[in-house]
Design a protein around this ligand. Structure first.
Ligand SMILES: O=P(O)(O)OC[C@H]1O[C@](O)(CO)[C@@H](O)[C@@H]1O
Length: 543
């Protein structure tokens, strides 16, 4: 048995002793509970006091972190070691926001000069587009920028552009990701080709969705403005510079990055160009600084005070010890509406793994299902199940103290009150006796109250944690995203899995390639399974 397995077993035995039963009582007994189970980095606070953990739990979780060598693995990442072992790659998104400029080496070579070079190239381009100095083929100002990409080449910029809408003073941004022609068609309908710039974002420049959308966008420009216009209406972001060239995009409009940047960790690279165009280079630099601040915290802070490590340990507690299969991320911040989708890729593509780093089957459960929607909307949809359903779902609330809407103060007060009320309700619950007296207070008979009360019982003791910050500004967003990245890292380190490959997306891609000629009617489906054959026949019959 490995050391970390032993540490997990110790946690299992600890929980079997039911260290905490009634969270209401726990809070009554310990007025300092919030103080003991919260941490902060400047104004960013993590409160996990409403999770069913004790000092002993935290001690055992920290021992698990030590047994799993979380800090040793973290140091390997920061040192540029090839920790993505199935692809023999370093993992250095932290270099992209290394505002200290401390040398970071891969194979002995400092990557910072290249990182800074691309940042300068991005800044010049973004400034030119924003000021009008970089214009379209007809000399017109660019009013609309369309990012064509998918996965990490879409979610990062799309999530952050929405999150930082109050700082958006550049051209309008649009995001096309789905190969469904509806996505591109609906976007193009709103645009003037003479004023539109396309950014083709693809790490590999081979992703079928992106390349199909890119070619269709190219056809649209050629149809309206002619072949010569392509050079002025396209730019590319990729690690595959030869493929970009073959597409017809010039070197001066190509923004590179490197194989040590994973797609889902790439918003800090040139993939963040749409964000920089939207909010300007200075605000983009604040976004990077926020992440760098979290990196430094993660890199040097002891486990006990380390926010990402603590968040990861709580994740492991819920996933492995309490056996909760999912976790919900509920930002009480409408502009973080795409954060759950972003975190789904970050978390589930990183930690949805069935084998350990050496290829042997994982010894424990790995990544949970991550899902969510902004509050308060979620309250009127799925919160019923979170409060009274038969599955326990740990919730992660995010809330800012200040909004960007000073003219609507009551809205933010209501938002905060709702966020706090939800976590309180999950923790406190409502007993049968309380439910019954509530019904009685409404003037119902005792018999009626006895009949209705069970429907109004909330078991309580449902775990949630809250991440609170001053305001969703670029710096804060940078900190938040980096916090979640390092949380995913911490969990992967404990599960001993490689968080930086994604072989699980390959099979579907390969089969789609084989199915295309069948869907097109160029090949027959007889070699496929009966279900696939039946579906092909049905769909083709309806065409
Ligand atoms: O940027 P690319 O190479 O087009 O890839 C897009 C996405 O596809 C994946 O490789 C698989 O879904 C993601 O990891 C990546 O973010």
């Amino acid at each position: 048995m490995t050391v970390s397995k032993r540490a997990l077993d110790a946690l299992m035995q600890h929980r079997a002793k039911k260290p905490l039963r009634d969270m209401r009582q726990v809070f009554n007994d310990d007025p300092l509970r919030f103080k003991h189970f919260s941490l902060s980095l400047n104004d960013l606070l993590l409160d996990w006091s409403k999770c069913a953990v004790t000092n002993e739990t935290m001690k055992l979780l920290r021992e698990l972190a030590v047994a799993s060598d979380v800090t040793g693995k973290r140091d390997q990442m920061f040192a540029g070691e090839l920790i993505n072992t199935s692809e023999q790659r370093a993992v250095l998104h932290i270099a992209l926001r290394n505002r200290s400029n401390r040398p970071i080496r891969v194979d002995g070579k400092d990557v910072m000069p290249e990182v800074n070079h691309v940042l300068t190239q991005m800044r010049d381009f973004a400034t030119g587009v924003r000021s009008g100095a970089i214009a379209t083929a007809g000399g017109k100002r660019i009013t609309d920028v369309v990012n064509i990409g998918i996965g990490g080449s879409d979610l990062g910029p799309a999530m952050t552009v929405l999150a930082l809408a109050p700082y958006h003073d550049g051209p309008r941004l649009h995001f096309v990701s789905n190969v469904d022609g509806a996505h591109l068609a609906d976007t193009l309908k709103t645009l003037d080709p003479a004023r539109t710039l396309f950014l083709i974002a693809s790490k590999t420049f081979t992703t079928i969705e992106t390349m199909t959308n890119a070619h269709s966008a190219r056809d649209w420009i050629v149809k309206h403005l002619g072949e010569m216009a392509v050079a002025k209406h396209f730019a590319a972001i990729s690690t595959a510079l030869d493929k970009v060239k073959a597409f017809g995009i010039g070197e001066e409009r190509t923004f590179g990055f490197w194989d040590w940047v994973g797609g889902r960790y790439s918003v800090w690279s040139a993939i963040g160009l749409p964000l920089m165009i939207a909010i300007g280079p200075e605000n983009f630099a604040h976004f990077l600084s926020g992440a760098h601040e979290m990196d430094e915290h993660f890199r040097i802070t002891p486990i006990e005070q380390n926010l990402p490590i603590t968040l990861g340990l709580i994740g492991v507690w819920h996933r492995n010890i309490c056996a909760y299969a999912t976790r919900a991320v509920i930002p009480y911040d409408q502009r973080l509406a795409r954060l759950p989708a972003y975190l789904q890729q970050l978390d589930m593509e990183s930690n949805g793994k069935g084998v350990e780093r050496d290829g042997t089957p994982a010894e424990t459960q790995t990544g949970p299902v991550v899902w969510g929607e902004p509050g308060t909307n979620g309250q009127h949809a799925f919160f019923q199940l979170i409060h009274q359903g038969t599955s326990v779902i740990p919730v992660e609330f995010l809330i800012g103290a200040q909004s960007h809407e000073p003219g609507l103060p009551i809205h933010h007060d209501l938002l905060m009150a709702n966020c706090l009320a939800q976590s309180e309700a999950l923790m406190r619950g409502r007993t049968l006796a309380e439910a019954k007296s509530q019904v009685l207070a409404q003037g119902k008979s005792d018999a009626e109250a006895t009949r209705l009360a069970p429907h109004r019982v909330f078991t309580g003791d449902r775990p949630s944690l809250t991440i609170a910050y001053r305001k969703l500004d670029p710096q804060t967003l940078g900190r938040l995203v980096a916090l979640y990245e390092h949380r995913v890292f911490t969990e992967a380190a404990i599960w001993n899995i490689n968080a930086f490959d994604q072989w699980g997306v390959e099979l579907g891609k390969e089969l789609a390639t084989g199915l295309l000629p069948i869907v097109e009617g160029k090949e027959d489906a007889s070699a496929r399974d009966a279900s696939t054959q039946g579906l092909v026949a049905h769909l083709r019959g309806l065409r």
